[in-house]
Design a protein around this ligand. Structure first.
Ligand SMILES: [Zn+2]
Length: 78
């Protein structure tokens, strides 16, 4: 019986390397991520061997404000 269609495929070397670094950090608050505020970062798996890294800025961070302005500029007109 082949396991080619198994949902538990082997990770590539790069995915395994990322998993080894970020896997143990799931649910952790990692200090840093922004030079303009007291930010922290969180990680979460989004697919096999793929993690999302999110920077959590302080509410008054100028980088966060600029990001929100940029995003609202990108929104389509109603
Ligand atoms: Zn910030």
């Amino acid at each position: 019986m082949s396991n080619a269609r198994s949902p538990r495929r082997r990770l590539s070397t790069a995915q395994a390397d990322v998993a080894a670094v970020l896997g143990p950090l799931d649910g952790s608050a990692i200090p840093g991520g922004c030079d303009h505020c007291d930010a922290y970062q969180t990680t979460r798996p989004v697919a096999a061997g793929v993690w999302a890294l999110t920077v959590r800025h302080d509410g008054g961070c100028p980088v966060l404000a600029a990001s929100r302005t940029h995003r609202s500029d990108q929104d389509p007109a109603p």
